[in-house]
Write a protein that binds this ligand. Structure first.
Ligand code: ADP
Ligand code: GLC
Length: 505
């Protein structure tokens, strides 16, 4: 046998979402795409997900092992299944932890706007299942896993179990926790602590306790070997009171830095030259298809066929995304000669307000409430500009799709939006660096003045085309970010980046 390549890492991703199996937001895009890029770089990569309905429909599933755990007082059985062989999934081995009572449900986390009451049990079970799966696949001859890469609160407990449950075969395993959004921490009442199966001593301020509740993300931050987030600016922001959502002190207590690596996008799925959702494809060399996309989008969204700027906004309707700021300036915007299309789902109050606004401004505003992947692509293809007035944004993917589709992003100057969109100024435009516009403050006034500037520049076809061109030429692929992750994994292997604060034992 040839000697093992010392540069080849053995990496395992664990998350609650990944395209194409389950998605509620950008987390799924990232967990679907980054492993593929790492596999392309020659690393061995596996992905572990809960056994959701979509994975249960995969015919060539293979059972690897079975385990039982007591969770919340009841015995639950988990099946570790391989659902995709690396040869069938871009070099990535996909495993699931199957437990139908927990995961064979219509949604990921909630129904009718209410969280599943057993979410703690579900993800405590899944996190323990991930470690079981690692032991089994290592024993099956997969080789020692170097890094377990965890994503968000749902799997944050993996690091805690690893240190407390005794997994001798995983002794050298390093854990990296990536925080995609610190606004979601996995908070549960103290009374549910026993469902984790962890010793009560861990319900302490130096471990999982957080103002009287249990905080899974906090556990992950304290017990993981390294912590990262999805853009350099957000990595700094979450150390402050304004953005840290109460965890700024915990993050600041880590002696190592919170690494910020900006996301890329899957440029094979999001490619205007091949996108099957678009009525016409296009490229920078020939933008005629984009004009066809615009007309088709106006028709689809029942807006008049007029040659006016067409703006779009896509996203979860939560206060994070700032759709309320857009609603606030709607009366002013609707006095201008433009059209606006909004796609989103979430907060029922915002949904209702948007539907009501649609009725009021039929000729200029169109709204689709719901989750529609195809429409998201057609909006990227057909719109002239994309509005993202987020109050905070760890990275944001929509603006990266927009850059690639020649749809000029108008983004709040925060987090990954600030890092990935170069704002228009006469100087940045002249040096061909500008790709969009920055909304400086999270206020209606700031959004409106930026919109007015964008509309002014839109009238000058050459200047606008310059913005589109620079955006379309920007490298938004995963290539760069994947290499940064590899450096981080290697640093972790050498023991760097693993300065953990003292925790309760
Ligand atoms: P977040 O993860 O905070 O929701 P991102 O910008 O990182 O924000 O990613 C959002 C992803 O979800 C993008 O792929 C976007 O196109 C998609 N998306 C959001 N809302 C909708 C919707 N209503 N319909 C279709 N896709 C949506
Ligand atoms: C989160 C963030 C978003 C980020 C995505 C993927 O959902 O809100 O900004 O792009 O995760 O990392």
């Amino acid at each position: 046998m040839p000697p093992a390549d010392p540069h080849r890492l053995n990496l395992v991703f664990a998350a609650a979402e990944a395209v194409p199996y389950a998605k509620t937001g950008g987390l799924a895009d990232v967990v679907g795409a980054l492993p593929l890029e790492l596999a392309k770089l020659g690393h061995r990569v596996s992905l572990i997900l809960p056994g959701y309905p979509d994975t249960l429909r995969i015919p060539a599933r293979r059972q690897i092992a079975k385990f039982s755990l007591t969770v919340g007082g009841a015995r639950q059985t988990g099946l570790i299944e391989q659902v995709k062989d690396p040869a069938d999934a871009g070099g990535v081995r996909v495993l699931t932890i199957r437990c139908d009572p927990y995961f064979n449900r219509p949604n990921l986390y909630q129904e009718n706007g209410l969280d599943y009451p057993d979410n703690l049990e579900r993800f405590a079970f899944f996190s323990q299942g991930v470690l079981q799966a690692l032991e089994h696949v290592q024993a099956e001859g997969m080789g020692k896993v170097d890094v377990l890469h965890l994503h968000d609160w749902q799997v944050a407990l993996c690091s805690v179990y690893l240190k407390h449950d005794g997994h001798p075969s995983l002794d050298n395993l390093k854990t990296l926790l990536t925080i995609h959004n610190i606004g979601y921490q996995g908070l549960f009442p103290a009374a549910q602590f026993d469902a984790t199966g962890l010793p009560r001593s861990l319900f302490a301020p130096s471990a999982l306790e957080f103002y009287g509740s249990m905080n899974l993300l906090k556990g992950g931050i304290l017990f993981s070997d390294a912590v990262s987030t999805v853009s350099p600016t957000y990595a700094k922001e979450i150390l402050t009171k304004e953005f840290g959502c109460g965890l700024e002190g915990v993050l600041g207590s880590r002696p190592d830095k919170i690494r910020g690596i900006a996301n890329g996008i899957d440029v094979t799925i999001w490619n205007p030259e091949t996108d099957g959702y678009l009525p016409a494809t296009y490229s920078l060399a020939d933008l005629s298809g984009k004009r066809i996309c615009k007309k088709a989008l106006q028709r689809e969204m029942q807006l008049p066929d007029r040659d006016v700027p067409l703006a779009a906004a896509i996203g979860r309707l939560t206060s994070q995304k700032g759709f309320d700021l857009l609603l606030e300036i709607l009366p002013e915007l609707m006095r201008l000669d433009l059209q606006l299309i909004i796609l989103g789902a979430g907060d029922p109050v915002l949904e209702e307000q948007l539907q009501a606004a649609r009725k009021k401004y039929r000729d200029k505003l169109s709204v689709h409430v719901g989750f529609d992947e195809g429409l998201a692509h057609r909006m990227e293809g057909g719109a002239d500009m994309m509005i993202m007035p987020s109050r905070y944004e760890p990275c944001g993917l929509t603006q990266l799709y927009s850059l690639r589709y020649g749809t000029v992003p108008i983004v709040r100057k925060t987090g990954g939006l600030a890092d990935t969109v170069v704002p228009y100024k006469p100087s940045t435009a002249a040096s061909k660096q500008a790709t969009g516009f920055h909304v400086v403050d999270a206020s209606g006034d700031s959004l409106l003045s930026t919109m007015l500037l964008a509309l002014e520049i839109f009238k000058d076809r050459d200047r606008w085309h310059g913005l589109m061109q620079t955006g379309m030429q920007t490298d938004v692929s995963w290539t760069h970010a994947a290499k940064e992750y590899v450096s981080l994994y290697k640093e972790m292997g050498r023991g760097a980046g693993s300065g953990k604060p003292a925790t309760a034992s």
